[in-house]
Write a protein that binds this ligand. Sequence first.
Ligand code: CP3
Length: 357
Amino acid sequence: MTPAPLKNDRFLRALRREPVDRTPIWLMRQAGRYLPEYRATRAKAGSFLAMAKNPELACEVTLQPLRRFPLDAAILFSDILTVPDAMGLGLYFVEGEGPKFERPVRSRADIGRLAVPDVERQLRYVTDAVRTIRRELDGAVPLIGFAGSPWTVACYMVEGGASENYARIKSLALDDPQALHRLLGVVTDATIAYLDAQRRAGAQALQVFDTWGGVLGPAMYREFSLRYLARIAAELPRGEERVPLILFGKGNGPYLEELAASGAEAVGVDWTVDLGEAARRTGGRVALQGNLDPAVLYAQPEAIRREAGRVLDAYAAGNGGSREGHVFNLGHGLSPDMAPEHVAALVAAVHESSARN
Ligand code: CP3
Protein backbone atom coordinates (compact mmCIF):
# COMPACT_ATOMS: atom_id res chain seq x y z
CA MET A 1 0.00 0.00 0.00
CA THR A 2 1.50 3.35 -0.98
CA PRO A 3 1.03 5.88 1.82
CA ALA A 4 -1.26 8.87 1.27
CA PRO A 5 0.49 12.08 0.18
CA LEU A 6 0.94 14.62 2.98
CA LYS A 7 -1.82 17.19 3.39
CA ASN A 8 0.32 19.34 5.67
CA ASP A 9 4.07 19.27 4.99
CA ARG A 10 5.04 22.53 6.77
CA PHE A 11 7.12 20.68 9.32
CA LEU A 12 9.17 18.79 6.71
CA ARG A 13 9.54 21.94 4.59
CA ALA A 14 10.84 23.89 7.59
CA LEU A 15 13.34 21.12 8.32
CA ARG A 16 14.59 21.50 4.74
CA ARG A 17 14.68 25.31 5.27
CA GLU A 18 12.12 25.82 2.50
CA PRO A 19 9.47 28.59 2.55
CA VAL A 20 6.28 27.86 4.56
CA ASP A 21 2.91 29.62 4.85
CA ARG A 22 3.14 29.52 8.66
CA THR A 23 5.76 28.39 11.13
CA PRO A 24 5.05 24.73 11.99
CA ILE A 25 4.60 23.75 15.63
CA TRP A 26 4.63 20.51 17.57
CA LEU A 27 5.33 20.06 21.28
CA MET A 28 7.61 17.67 23.10
CA ARG A 29 5.42 15.42 25.27
CA GLN A 30 2.34 16.53 23.37
CA ALA A 31 0.74 13.20 24.30
CA GLY A 32 0.63 12.82 28.04
CA ARG A 33 -0.95 13.26 31.42
CA TYR A 34 -2.06 16.89 30.92
CA LEU A 35 -4.80 15.47 28.63
CA PRO A 36 -7.79 13.86 30.41
CA GLU A 37 -8.28 11.49 27.46
CA TYR A 38 -4.68 10.28 27.92
CA ARG A 39 -5.34 9.59 31.61
CA ALA A 40 -8.48 7.66 30.66
CA THR A 41 -6.63 5.48 28.12
CA ARG A 42 -3.82 4.89 30.61
CA ALA A 43 -6.30 3.86 33.31
CA LYS A 44 -7.87 1.37 30.90
CA ALA A 45 -4.48 -0.02 29.84
CA GLY A 46 -3.29 -0.31 33.45
CA SER A 47 0.09 1.34 33.03
CA PHE A 48 2.25 3.52 30.82
CA LEU A 49 4.28 0.52 29.61
CA ALA A 50 1.19 -1.55 28.79
CA MET A 51 0.03 1.37 26.66
CA ALA A 52 3.40 1.91 24.96
CA LYS A 53 3.73 -1.81 24.16
CA ASN A 54 0.28 -2.05 22.57
CA PRO A 55 0.36 -0.58 19.01
CA GLU A 56 -3.37 0.25 18.96
CA LEU A 57 -3.22 2.11 22.29
CA ALA A 58 0.10 3.79 21.37
CA CYS A 59 -1.60 4.96 18.16
CA GLU A 60 -4.64 6.21 20.07
CA VAL A 61 -2.61 8.38 22.46
CA THR A 62 -0.37 9.62 19.63
CA LEU A 63 -3.47 10.96 17.86
CA GLN A 64 -5.18 12.48 20.94
CA PRO A 65 -3.34 15.86 20.91
CA LEU A 66 -3.91 16.14 17.13
CA ARG A 67 -7.66 15.89 17.60
CA ARG A 68 -7.56 18.87 19.95
CA PHE A 69 -4.94 21.14 18.40
CA PRO A 70 -3.90 21.83 14.76
CA LEU A 71 -0.34 20.60 15.39
CA ASP A 72 1.93 20.22 12.36
CA ALA A 73 3.50 16.88 13.32
CA ALA A 74 2.70 13.75 15.31
CA ILE A 75 5.31 12.06 17.52
CA LEU A 76 5.29 8.34 18.11
CA PHE A 77 4.10 7.51 21.61
CA SER A 78 6.85 5.46 23.21
CA ASP A 79 9.86 6.06 25.46
CA ILE A 80 13.62 6.46 25.13
CA LEU A 81 14.15 3.56 27.54
CA THR A 82 12.65 0.88 25.28
CA VAL A 83 16.17 0.29 23.91
CA PRO A 84 17.84 -0.70 27.22
CA ASP A 85 14.65 -2.62 28.07
CA ALA A 86 15.19 -4.66 24.88
CA MET A 87 18.82 -5.14 25.97
CA GLY A 88 17.51 -7.01 29.01
CA LEU A 89 17.69 -4.40 31.80
CA GLY A 90 14.05 -4.76 32.84
CA LEU A 91 12.35 -1.35 32.62
CA TYR A 92 9.62 -0.51 35.13
CA PHE A 93 7.99 2.61 36.51
CA VAL A 94 7.37 3.56 40.11
CA GLU A 95 4.57 6.11 40.59
CA GLY A 96 6.10 9.47 41.40
CA GLU A 97 9.70 8.26 40.96
CA GLY A 98 9.88 7.75 37.21
CA PRO A 99 11.68 5.01 35.28
CA LYS A 100 13.81 2.32 36.93
CA PHE A 101 15.76 -0.75 35.83
CA GLU A 102 15.68 -4.13 37.57
CA ARG A 103 19.21 -4.87 36.35
CA PRO A 104 21.21 -1.64 36.05
CA VAL A 105 24.70 -1.72 34.53
CA ARG A 106 27.11 -1.59 37.46
CA SER A 107 30.37 -3.27 36.42
CA ARG A 108 32.74 -3.91 33.54
CA ALA A 109 31.29 -7.43 33.40
CA ASP A 110 27.76 -6.01 33.04
CA ILE A 111 28.98 -3.82 30.19
CA GLY A 112 30.75 -6.75 28.54
CA ARG A 113 27.50 -8.70 28.41
CA LEU A 114 25.55 -5.97 26.61
CA ALA A 115 24.64 -6.63 22.99
CA VAL A 116 22.68 -4.82 20.28
CA PRO A 117 19.11 -6.19 20.47
CA ASP A 118 17.30 -7.68 17.50
CA VAL A 119 15.25 -4.56 16.83
CA GLU A 120 12.87 -6.20 14.36
CA ARG A 121 11.91 -8.80 16.98
CA GLN A 122 12.35 -7.25 20.40
CA LEU A 123 11.12 -3.78 19.46
CA ARG A 124 8.53 -4.99 17.01
CA TYR A 125 5.79 -3.33 19.10
CA VAL A 126 7.40 0.04 18.25
CA THR A 127 7.62 -0.51 14.48
CA ASP A 128 4.07 -1.93 14.57
CA ALA A 129 2.93 1.26 16.33
CA VAL A 130 4.65 3.38 13.64
CA ARG A 131 2.85 1.47 10.86
CA THR A 132 -0.50 1.73 12.66
CA ILE A 133 -0.09 5.48 13.27
CA ARG A 134 0.91 6.15 9.63
CA ARG A 135 -2.19 4.31 8.47
CA GLU A 136 -4.48 6.20 10.86
CA LEU A 137 -2.89 9.59 10.15
CA ASP A 138 -3.70 9.03 6.50
CA GLY A 139 -1.29 11.79 5.45
CA ALA A 140 -2.71 14.49 7.77
CA VAL A 141 0.73 15.43 9.17
CA PRO A 142 4.18 13.81 9.23
CA LEU A 143 5.13 11.32 11.95
CA ILE A 144 8.28 11.78 14.02
CA GLY A 145 10.16 8.74 15.33
CA PHE A 146 12.64 9.13 18.18
CA ALA A 147 15.26 7.69 20.47
CA GLY A 148 17.29 8.88 23.42
CA SER A 149 20.87 9.98 22.94
CA PRO A 150 23.42 7.34 23.90
CA TRP A 151 24.65 9.51 26.82
CA THR A 152 21.12 10.12 28.16
CA VAL A 153 20.11 6.47 27.84
CA ALA A 154 23.40 5.40 29.47
CA CYS A 155 22.63 7.72 32.42
CA TYR A 156 19.51 5.69 33.20
CA MET A 157 21.27 2.35 32.54
CA VAL A 158 24.11 3.11 34.95
CA GLU A 159 22.24 5.10 37.59
CA GLY A 160 19.33 2.63 37.50
CA GLY A 161 16.79 5.46 37.29
CA ALA A 162 16.59 9.22 37.60
CA SER A 163 19.62 10.79 39.26
CA GLU A 164 20.41 13.97 41.11
CA ASN A 165 24.16 14.14 40.61
CA TYR A 166 25.08 11.42 38.07
CA ALA A 167 27.61 10.10 40.60
CA ARG A 168 27.84 6.60 39.16
CA ILE A 169 28.10 7.43 35.47
CA LYS A 170 30.43 10.40 35.94
CA SER A 171 32.80 8.38 38.10
CA LEU A 172 32.70 5.59 35.49
CA ALA A 173 33.56 8.20 32.82
CA LEU A 174 36.56 9.36 34.85
CA ASP A 175 37.78 6.09 36.37
CA ASP A 176 37.21 3.75 33.41
CA PRO A 177 36.47 5.77 30.26
CA GLN A 178 37.16 2.74 28.08
CA ALA A 179 34.31 0.83 29.72
CA LEU A 180 31.91 3.73 29.28
CA HIS A 181 32.93 4.05 25.63
CA ARG A 182 32.14 0.35 25.17
CA LEU A 183 28.70 0.93 26.71
CA LEU A 184 28.05 4.04 24.61
CA GLY A 185 29.23 2.22 21.48
CA VAL A 186 26.72 -0.63 21.93
CA VAL A 187 23.90 1.81 22.76
CA THR A 188 24.79 3.89 19.68
CA ASP A 189 24.70 0.84 17.40
CA ALA A 190 21.33 -0.15 18.91
CA THR A 191 20.01 3.41 18.54
CA ILE A 192 20.98 3.63 14.87
CA ALA A 193 19.29 0.27 14.17
CA TYR A 194 16.22 1.39 16.16
CA LEU A 195 15.87 4.77 14.43
CA ASP A 196 16.36 3.21 11.02
CA ALA A 197 13.73 0.56 11.78
CA GLN A 198 11.29 3.36 12.69
CA ARG A 199 12.13 5.10 9.40
CA ARG A 200 11.54 1.92 7.39
CA ALA A 201 8.22 1.44 9.20
CA GLY A 202 7.16 4.95 8.14
CA ALA A 203 8.66 7.63 10.42
CA GLN A 204 9.16 10.76 8.27
CA ALA A 205 11.60 12.55 10.59
CA LEU A 206 13.68 11.40 13.56
CA GLN A 207 14.55 13.15 16.81
CA VAL A 208 17.25 12.24 19.29
CA PHE A 209 16.61 13.46 22.87
CA ASP A 210 19.82 14.34 24.70
CA THR A 211 18.04 15.37 27.88
CA TRP A 212 21.09 15.03 30.13
CA GLY A 213 23.99 16.14 27.89
CA GLY A 214 23.90 19.50 29.66
CA VAL A 215 24.98 18.00 32.99
CA LEU A 216 28.47 17.45 31.53
CA GLY A 217 31.34 19.92 31.38
CA PRO A 218 32.59 20.83 27.88
CA ALA A 219 35.38 18.26 27.57
CA MET A 220 33.18 15.42 28.81
CA TYR A 221 30.20 16.59 26.71
CA ARG A 222 32.32 16.39 23.56
CA GLU A 223 33.81 13.02 24.47
CA PHE A 224 30.76 11.22 25.86
CA SER A 225 27.75 12.84 24.21
CA LEU A 226 28.50 14.88 21.07
CA ARG A 227 30.76 12.22 19.56
CA TYR A 228 27.94 9.67 19.62
CA LEU A 229 25.32 12.13 18.36
CA ALA A 230 27.59 12.79 15.39
CA ARG A 231 27.99 9.05 14.81
CA ILE A 232 24.20 8.67 14.64
CA ALA A 233 23.95 11.57 12.16
CA ALA A 234 26.73 10.08 10.03
CA GLU A 235 25.61 6.45 10.08
CA LEU A 236 21.89 6.82 9.38
CA PRO A 237 21.33 6.27 5.65
CA ARG A 238 22.12 9.06 3.17
CA GLY A 239 20.48 9.79 -0.17
CA GLU A 240 16.95 8.66 -1.03
CA GLU A 241 16.48 6.86 2.27
CA ARG A 242 17.47 9.82 4.44
CA VAL A 243 14.82 11.48 6.60
CA PRO A 244 15.59 14.69 8.53
CA LEU A 245 17.31 14.17 11.88
CA ILE A 246 16.74 16.61 14.78
CA LEU A 247 19.24 16.65 17.64
CA PHE A 248 17.51 18.05 20.73
CA GLY A 249 19.57 18.71 23.82
CA LYS A 250 18.88 20.39 27.11
CA GLY A 251 21.84 22.62 27.85
CA ASN A 252 23.33 22.28 24.35
CA GLY A 253 23.64 26.08 23.93
CA PRO A 254 27.45 26.15 24.14
CA TYR A 255 27.78 23.57 21.35
CA LEU A 256 25.44 24.79 18.62
CA GLU A 257 28.20 25.30 16.02
CA GLU A 258 29.46 21.77 16.61
CA LEU A 259 25.96 20.29 16.50
CA ALA A 260 25.28 22.17 13.25
CA ALA A 261 28.41 20.54 11.78
CA SER A 262 27.40 17.04 12.93
CA GLY A 263 25.50 16.14 9.76
CA ALA A 264 22.04 16.43 11.37
CA GLU A 265 19.41 18.48 9.52
CA ALA A 266 18.13 20.31 12.63
CA VAL A 267 19.07 21.21 16.17
CA GLY A 268 16.54 21.53 19.01
CA VAL A 269 17.43 24.02 21.72
CA ASP A 270 16.15 24.80 25.20
CA TRP A 271 14.89 28.21 26.39
CA THR A 272 18.18 29.40 27.89
CA VAL A 273 19.43 30.32 24.40
CA ASP A 274 18.27 33.37 22.40
CA LEU A 275 16.97 31.75 19.20
CA GLY A 276 18.20 34.65 17.06
CA GLU A 277 21.68 34.22 18.41
CA ALA A 278 21.39 30.47 17.77
CA ALA A 279 20.37 31.23 14.16
CA ARG A 280 23.34 33.57 13.69
CA ARG A 281 25.76 31.08 15.19
CA THR A 282 24.55 28.19 13.03
CA GLY A 283 24.36 30.37 9.91
CA GLY A 284 21.65 28.47 8.03
CA ARG A 285 23.52 25.16 8.12
CA VAL A 286 20.63 23.52 10.02
CA ALA A 287 17.01 24.19 10.82
CA LEU A 288 16.36 25.19 14.45
CA GLN A 289 13.62 23.85 16.68
CA GLY A 290 12.40 25.54 19.84
CA ASN A 291 12.47 27.19 22.22
CA LEU A 292 9.69 28.61 24.40
CA ASP A 293 10.20 28.14 28.13
CA PRO A 294 7.56 25.47 28.97
CA ALA A 295 6.69 27.41 32.15
CA VAL A 296 5.17 30.16 29.95
CA LEU A 297 2.21 27.77 29.63
CA TYR A 298 1.38 28.39 33.30
CA ALA A 299 0.70 32.05 32.46
CA GLN A 300 -2.47 33.44 30.90
CA PRO A 301 -3.12 33.31 27.10
CA GLU A 302 -2.13 36.96 26.67
CA ALA A 303 1.35 36.29 28.05
CA ILE A 304 1.57 33.05 26.05
CA ARG A 305 0.86 34.95 22.81
CA ARG A 306 3.40 37.65 23.66
CA GLU A 307 6.15 35.16 24.55
CA ALA A 308 5.46 33.01 21.46
CA GLY A 309 5.78 36.15 19.34
CA ARG A 310 9.07 36.91 21.02
CA VAL A 311 10.48 33.49 20.06
CA LEU A 312 9.23 33.82 16.45
CA ASP A 313 10.72 37.31 16.13
CA ALA A 314 14.02 36.36 17.75
CA TYR A 315 14.48 33.57 15.21
CA ALA A 316 13.67 35.82 12.25
CA ALA A 317 15.98 38.56 13.55
CA GLY A 318 18.90 36.14 13.58
CA ASN A 319 17.94 34.59 10.24
CA GLY A 320 18.10 37.66 8.00
CA GLY A 321 14.45 38.56 8.66
CA SER A 322 13.12 35.21 7.44
CA ARG A 323 11.09 32.61 9.33
CA GLU A 324 12.41 29.82 7.07
CA GLY A 325 14.12 26.98 8.87
CA HIS A 326 12.23 27.38 12.17
CA VAL A 327 10.14 24.66 13.78
CA PHE A 328 8.37 26.06 16.82
CA ASN A 329 8.47 23.94 19.97
CA LEU A 330 8.99 24.24 23.70
CA GLY A 331 12.51 24.20 25.08
CA HIS A 332 11.56 20.95 26.83
CA GLY A 333 8.40 18.89 27.34
CA LEU A 334 4.89 19.69 28.56
CA SER A 335 4.17 18.88 32.22
CA PRO A 336 1.14 16.99 33.60
CA ASP A 337 -0.20 20.11 35.37
CA MET A 338 -0.44 22.29 32.26
CA ALA A 339 -3.85 23.39 30.96
CA PRO A 340 -4.90 22.06 27.52
CA GLU A 341 -6.59 25.47 26.89
CA HIS A 342 -3.20 27.17 27.23
CA VAL A 343 -1.67 24.71 24.78
CA ALA A 344 -4.50 25.57 22.35
CA ALA A 345 -3.70 29.28 22.79
CA LEU A 346 -0.03 28.67 22.03
CA VAL A 347 -0.66 26.66 18.85
CA ALA A 348 -3.10 29.29 17.56
CA ALA A 349 -0.71 32.13 18.43
CA VAL A 350 2.21 30.57 16.55
CA HIS A 351 0.12 29.98 13.43
CA GLU A 352 -1.46 33.45 13.53
CA SER A 353 1.68 35.45 14.30
CA SER A 354 3.82 33.64 11.75
CA ALA A 355 1.21 34.11 8.98
CA ARG A 356 1.61 37.88 9.32
CA ASN A 357 4.67 37.84 7.00
O1 CP3 B 1 6.69 13.65 23.12
C1 CP3 B 1 5.80 12.80 23.12
O2 CP3 B 1 4.57 13.09 23.24
C2 CP3 B 1 6.17 11.35 22.82
C3 CP3 B 1 6.30 10.48 23.93
C4 CP3 B 1 7.54 10.46 24.82
C5 CP3 B 1 7.47 9.94 26.12
N1 CP3 B 1 8.74 9.91 26.64
C6 CP3 B 1 6.25 9.47 26.77
C7 CP3 B 1 6.24 9.31 28.22
C8 CP3 B 1 8.86 10.84 24.59
C9 CP3 B 1 9.47 11.51 23.38
C10 CP3 B 1 9.62 10.46 25.75
C11 CP3 B 1 11.08 10.63 25.89
C12 CP3 B 1 11.72 10.48 27.19
N2 CP3 B 1 11.50 9.54 28.15
C13 CP3 B 1 12.79 11.28 27.61
C14 CP3 B 1 13.44 12.37 26.82
C15 CP3 B 1 12.60 13.58 26.70
C16 CP3 B 1 12.48 14.38 27.95
O3 CP3 B 1 11.32 14.65 28.33
O4 CP3 B 1 13.50 14.79 28.46
C17 CP3 B 1 13.19 10.82 28.90
C18 CP3 B 1 14.29 11.39 29.77
C19 CP3 B 1 12.36 9.70 29.20
C20 CP3 B 1 12.41 8.84 30.42
C21 CP3 B 1 11.11 8.92 31.12
N3 CP3 B 1 9.99 8.21 30.74
C22 CP3 B 1 10.76 9.79 32.19
C23 CP3 B 1 11.69 10.73 32.90
C24 CP3 B 1 9.37 9.59 32.42
C25 CP3 B 1 8.47 10.35 33.38
C26 CP3 B 1 8.23 9.63 34.64
C27 CP3 B 1 7.16 10.33 35.45
O5 CP3 B 1 6.52 9.63 36.22
O6 CP3 B 1 6.97 11.54 35.30
C28 CP3 B 1 8.93 8.60 31.52
C29 CP3 B 1 7.57 8.08 31.39
C30 CP3 B 1 6.78 8.70 30.28
N4 CP3 B 1 7.19 8.71 28.98
C31 CP3 B 1 5.50 9.33 30.38
C32 CP3 B 1 5.15 9.70 29.07
C33 CP3 B 1 3.88 10.34 28.62
C34 CP3 B 1 4.67 9.48 31.63
C35 CP3 B 1 4.13 8.12 31.94
C36 CP3 B 1 2.83 8.11 32.65
O7 CP3 B 1 1.78 8.16 31.96
O8 CP3 B 1 2.89 7.96 33.87
